[in-house]
Design a protein around this ligand. Structure first.
Ligand SMILES: Nc1ncnc2c1ncn2[C@@H]1O[C@H](COP(=O)(O)OP(=O)(O)OP(=O)(O)O)[C@@H](O)[C@H]1O
Length: 603
């Protein structure tokens, strides 16, 4: 009963008693962090509802699903649901995927009015009647699984331009296989005694067909390029809008960068704390900084082309980008327009010599296209910060899930594979450095930053070494952490591989392995994916942005790579180099397929 309160629903998720009956007739949307339910950002609507293999029985009651008007994914597969589908299933216009396979549902195939439906699987049921021609109105359909039912009559000439998978086998279908479907393998049609024509045996009395295959299904390179260009434009528009907003908000000044020393506190406590404009505050802060007895200065790394000094930096306008595990990160715009990122470190108890030694090691690490270079650092008793290049397109996390300022951006498959491959190269480079002993320790989507051209770069390399001497335990995002780092604080290159595997799962599923606001539970992506794929059908784990345009095989290949990376046993995880070559293989076969699709199709 979806009217159950949150606790009850969580308990329900943990153990749905076998033999439960559905009762959704007066359902109001309930949003929990339970993995079976995914909600709209304002938490008012259920977007995904998955109850696969939980032992539901009986009919789906009539007038059900009525309140689930924003539902995109409904999975009730592998239960024991019986009888007809309620008629109003067909009125859920928002549906992207319907998984009802492996039940005992009978009746006719509903006439679905779901313009976005990509996946439709009602296989292994007892559906009867003919395949309705109305299926042709589901123009976004990429997969249609109707096998192992009791369907009869001829197959309609379905002209579905995006259809990549169809299975009509083991029904009672008769007649010619329509021209529009003969490009599918014969396994899609087997088990229908009176079905004939390519790819099955010729129909009696007919010669070999010479009609050309429909050209609408050819995946053209032009179309691909169009999507790529569109993506870039949207990204640029988002970042330009974001930038404009950010500039408006730039009021915070780098007073924050210099932590108040005891002398400041006393000024503050007397109520005379700096007043006046932001720039006055900056100057005052600055003059305090340069008057410090230590006379600390910014130390730039070799090869850095920046020409500002601490003074300039302190006069810059600054804006908080976020607070992370190591402190607060600011975007600072200097008076000459140079923009850099300043990471102000907190709770670092490293002595100056150790800190400088670490910086030296990090500075010696060879530059790499996919690693954000550390440009400079500052160390004083009260203040430590690092200076990086500013990457304007934000992080993979922002693009995948959106942020407070920006909506999520529909990243297509090409972009996702490119980004993960680039990130993998960055991590592999880190692993090669320091005589093959370096570890990143904090791989996650907010640490994969993107240039304007969507070139991905790994950031925050080396910071884990500071954490080992921090006074408080690190607040690293648990969802990315390998089991051995949680249980025994054992960080290694293999634990980086685990985190990278979670990142791949995030990219494939579109889900973030983090705690949702207002919820206690953390989304454990490896566990969730495992629970879905342990049964026969894996496609439903994927982000719908991907399923719309991408062949499932390729997604499954990358899913397999990700699952190898998140093996609980570190020794079983591949090395980053191996991960790269596995992703590249998938990528190459993809581009070969694209080339093939440009070639004229044989008659
Ligand atoms: N060089 C950079 N250019 C642009 N954005 C950046 C840069 N470095 C960090 N950010 C962004 O600033 C925000 C805060 O980063 P920060 O590293 O402090 O926290 P985090 O990545 O969320 O966590 P952690 O400290 O564990 O890495 C993040 O959204 C991150 O993507």
């Amino acid at each position: 009963d979806l009217n159950a309160d949150r606790q009850a629903l969580l308990a329900f998720a943990a153990a749905v008693p076998h033999g439960s009956k559905l009762n959704w007739s007066s359902a109001t949307p309930i949003c929990t962090s339970w993995e079976g339910i995914r909600c709209s950002p304002d938490r008012s609507r259920v977007i995904e509802l998955r109850l696969p293999g939980v032992g539901l029985i009986g009919p789906i009651p009539p007038n059900t699903l009525g309140k689930l008007d924003a539902l995109q994914v409904l999975s009730l597969r592998s239960n024991a649901l019986a009888s007809d589908l309620p008629t109003n299933v067909s009125s859920i216009k928002s549906l992207h995927a319907l998984f009802l396979q492996h039940n005992n549902i009978s009746g006719y195939i509903p006439n679905l009015l779901a313009p976005y439906l990509t996946f439709f699987d009602i296989s292994y049921n007892s559906f009867k009647g003919e395949i309705p021609l109305e299926i042709q109105n589901l123009t976004q359909l990429t997969a249609l699984y109707l096998q192992n039912n009791s369907l009869h009559g001829p197959i309609p000439d379905l002209k579905l331009p995006k259809l990549k998978h169809i299975n009509l086998s083991f029904n009672n279908l008769i007649g010619h296989i329509p021209i529009s479907l003969k490009r599918f393998p014969k396994e899609s049609f087997l088990g229908n005694a009176f079905l004939c024509g390519a790819p099955l045996e010729q129909c009696p009395g007919t010669g070999p067909s010479s009609s050309p295959l429909p050209t609408t299904t050819i995946r053209s390179e032009h179309k691909k390029k169009f999507w790529r260009k569109l993506s870039l434009k949207v990204i640029i528009a988002i970042s330009a809008g974001g930038l404009a907003l950010l500039l408006l908000l730039i009021v915070v000044i780098l007073t924050c960068i210099l932590r108040r020393n005891p002398r400041d506190d006393s000024v503050s406590s007397k109520g005379n704390y700096v007043t006046g404009s932001s720039s006055e505050k900056l100057k005052e802060e600055n003059s305090r900084a340069v008057q410090q007895p230590e006379k600390n200065t910014l130390v730039f790394f070799e090869g850095c082309s920046y020409s500002f000094d601490l003074d300039d930096l302190l006069r810059a306008s600054a804006e908080i980008l976020g607070k992370g595990s190591y402190g607060t990160t600011y975007k600072a715009i200097l008076e000459d327009g140079t923009t850099v990122v300043v990471k102000r470190l907190k709770e670092i108890v490293m002595g100056k010599r150790d800190f400088e030694q670490l910086m030296e090691t990090m500075g010696r690490t060879g530059p790499h296209l996919n690693v954000v270079p550390l440009r400079a650092y500052y160390y004083s008793k009260d203040e430590k910060f690092l200076v990086y290049d500013y990457l304007p397109t934000g992080s993979l996390a922002t693009l995948l899930h959106g942020s407070r300022e920006t909506a999520k951006h529909p990243l297509n498959w090409d972009a996702r594979v490119n980004i993960s491959l680039a990130a993998a190269h960055g991590i592999a480079h880190i692993h090669e450095e320091g005589d093959g002993k370096f570890v990143h320790g904090n791989i996650k989507s907010s640490n994969i930053l993107l240039s304007q051209e969507l070139e991905a770069c790994v950031t925050d390399f080396g910071l884990i070494n500071m954490a080992s001497t921090a006074t408080s335990p690190l607040q690293l995002v648990v969802g990315y952490r390998a089991p051995e780092t949680i249980e025994a604080n054992k960080f290694s290159q293999k634990s980086d591989v685990y985190s990278f595997g979670v990142l791949l799962l995030e990219m494939l599923t579109g889900r973030a392995p983090i705690q949702m606001p207002g919820c206690d539970e953390i989304v454990d992506l490896p566990r969730w994916v495992q629970s879905v794929v342990s049964e026969e059908w894996t496609a439903e784990v994927f982000d719908f942005e991907l399923m719309r345009h991408q062949s499932i095989e390729e997604l499954l290949h990358v899913l397999q790579i990700a699952m190898a990376c998140v093996s609980r046993v570190p020794e079983l995880r591949p090395k980053m180099e191996e991960v790269i070559s596995m992703i590249e293989q998938v990528w190459q076969s993809n581009s070969e397929k694209s080339k093939d699709s440009l070639a004229p199709m044989p008659c």
